[in-house]
Ligand binder design. Sequence first.
Ligand code: AMP
Ligand code: GLY
Length: 423
Amino acid sequence: MKIMVVGSGGREHAIVKALKKSKKAEEIFVLPGNGGMAEDATIVPIGAKDIPAIAAFAKDNGIDYAVVAPDDPLVLGAVDALNEAGIPCFGPRKNAAIIEGSKAFSKELMKKYGIPTARYATFRKIEEAESYIDSLPEGAVVVKADGLALGKGVIIAANREEAKEAARSMMVDGKFGASGNCVVIEEFLTGPEVSVLSFTDGETVVPMVSSMDHKRALDGDKGLNTGGMGVVAPNPYYTEDIAAECMQKIFLPTVRAMKAEGREFRGCLYFGLMLTPDGPKVIEYNCRFGDPETQAVLPLLSTDLLEIMLACTEGRLKDADVRFENKCSCCVVKASKGYPEKYDTGFEIRLEGEIDGELYIAGGKLENGKLLTAGGRVLGVTAVADTLGEAVEKAYSEAEKVHFENEFFRRDIGARALAALRK
Ligand code: AMP
Ligand code: GLY
């Protein structure tokens, strides 16, 4: 099969590398990809949001199957456009991608179908948002922009004053453009967070190995929120009992709810969960694979990713062979100093020796045969081992083999998970 992957980051590199292992994969294209993927796929300079060009490329090049990885093209309807062009696709159609595209939608869905989540209210008028905030008890409040905001649309306000300021920045000052015209204000929850990516064909849900992202830029969960600075899998807080509870109370009800709403979801549904003292609750849904969760989860998959994806698309996931190794993984991300704010790029990425594990390039460009940095998050190194401790140690020692000027990375990926295991 001729396969096309839409997207450009470390997640897409991990998907490309996993697909490459399939016997059925003959040729892989990545749109736009990045220079660091050149050994694994044919890089095509078409932007992930340029949907007409993506569909035209697929048609003109006889693509048999497409995988749309990022949220933007999914929410914009890339899968619909490709399907109309006759190309089968992994990923939800636009009317299902709304589960990530609109927080007002996903909260309403959870309320209607009794899926556990933080209590909330939705507002389109600032005056109403402000008087609602005034009516809340003193303490932390969470203010969320309804639409996509590059992962930055969530503000944890320490008190009512800060919450009103946050709502104002979104609804009046237009901080996130149209994404902030509507806001969701919700109760502040506490507990360990777990990411569960799942395969679904709209009926069956098969969760992948659980994982723990590290969203803040600096050690000790300090600094700004980022796309994710590292991941360990599985997540030690996510026990078998909790997994069973999540399947019954969250995963199956969500997939059934989407189907009942006429929005059947096929693809990867990502459950961002918080294990609160009152049980697991949904913090957010994503309509796609997580980044960098994918870079830690897919190396543990022991069966054929392409076959599983095709089964999702064709509605026969219940017969698919989805298995994960009984091992642990750790992905350490190296970023450009200054990320997630301002940073310089164009530094050479140098590899010393061979990495025993996976090297995923998230932001690279080829220039005169050299691979240069070209983004905030530059690369991820994933190691797999029998124990989490060994995986973490190995990921760090392997990450020593790849360097660029201006690099920074967290030194404590997995520390919290290891502490939980020791308890
Ligand atoms: P999101 O972009 O929705 O994943 O939110 C970013 C981060 O904000 C999450 O990973 C949580 O750490 C935090 N967060 C979101 N909603 C809540 C909530 N209701 N209570 C506490 N923390 C939250
Ligand atoms: N790592 C979080 C996300 O992909 O949304």
